[in-house]
Design a protein around this ligand. Structure first.
Ligand SMILES: [Zn+2]
Length: 78
């Protein structure tokens, strides 16, 4: 019984701690993102090329693609 409460607390803590750290660190909201430090790299579900998350286009299933044409072509398992 107590175990589940502990797991729930850990999950809640994991969920909230990055958000709290982001609030503390995010003093300067930079409008111009000239040099993105470490943008998440995602893989195109069609051709497998890696690209920054911001440049990827996402379909309704949440899959990432490098271009609109690959998004239309759909996922392909290599
Ligand atoms: Zn692609």
């Amino acid at each position: 019984m107590f175990k589940y409460l502990l797991i729930a607390l850990v999950v809640i803590w994991l969920f909230y701690s990055p958000a709290l750290r982001g609030k503390r660190a995010g003093g300067k909201p930079s409008a111009k993102a000239d040099t993105p430090k470490a943008e998440t790299m995602v893989q195109c579900a069609h051709c497998g090329v890696h690209l920054p998350e911001g440049e990827a286009s996402t379909d309704e299933m949440g899959l990432r693609y490098c271009s609109a044409s690959h998004r239309q072509a759909g996922p392909r398992n290599l």
